[in-house]
Design a protein. Structure first.
Lengths: 141, 83
């Protein structure tokens, strides 16, 4: 399941929903939550704005889920990505996997967030005290 | 008609996010369309010359020599930075 939204999300509630989708088949759930940092490349970040390519974004995220489900035995997956203006410490992204065994859940979760970072059409723009700048790829672990 | 879209820093540099144009006569692939757009002025020429740009046709990333047909949606954008 994928969601692209401006609203915040609650990682605890999302994990509970994921758990309820498993119907007892899963033995493990792994999740990753990405946050807005207040510092990037040595500069204070006061706000972050996420732009995306509506339509292509959803297709790219669904493809990432499908690929993960082909490579690992997963019982449920979830990707949530926020867009629009965000403040430091806000949630940006949530990736969660459920599987019969923890190893598969860990590997699939890492694969999904790593692939999202290189393949999904999102762009971050930072607001700094002195102005705005687009984030360079690879600069925002 | 083809739908052209530009995102993020590219959209700002070009001053436009999307447009619809008639596919120019004789243009049937991505290199041709990019060259045609670069002919608009200096800004277009230099902005679209960035070798790091990605292009998607109908919302799928394509290779630099992809073909283009009437009705396509073609998008140019810088390397992605989500997550």
């Amino acid at each position: 399941m994928i969601r692209v939204q401006t609203e915040d999300f609650d990682p605890g509630i999302e994990l509970e929903r994921l758990r309820s989708r498993n119907k007892g088949q899963a033995g493990a759930m792994v999740s990753f939550t990405g946050l807005v940092r207040d510092l990037n490349a040595g500069d204070t970040v006061t706000q972050m704005t996420l732009e995306h390519y509506p339509g292509m974004t959803e297709k790219a995220l669904e493809k990432i889920e499908q690929e993960a489900c082909q490579r690992w035995e997963l019982t449920a997956t979830l990707i949530i990505h926020r867009v629009g203006p965000l403040d430091p410490n806000d949630n940006i992204v949530f990736v969660a996997t459920a599987s019969r065994h923890r190893k598969q859940a860990f590997l699939a979760c890492e694969f999904m967030i790593d692939t999202l970072k290189t393949n999904a059409p999102f762009w971050k723009k930072e607001t700094l005290p002195g102005g705005e700048r687009w984030v360079e790829p690879g600069a925002s672990g | 008609m083809v739908q052209l879209r530009y995102f993020a820093s590219l959209r700002e540099s070009l001053g436009i996010g999307d447009e619809q144009i008639e596919l120019p006569d004789g243009i049937h692939d991505l290199p041709g369309l990019t060259r045609w757009l670069q002919g608009r002025d200096e800004t277009w020429a230099s902005t679209l010359a960035d070798s790091r740009l990605h292009v998607a046709i109908n919302q799928e990333i394509v290779k630099p020599d992809a073909s283009i047909t009437d009705g396509d949606e073609v998008a140019w954008f810088p390397p992605v930075t989500g997550g």
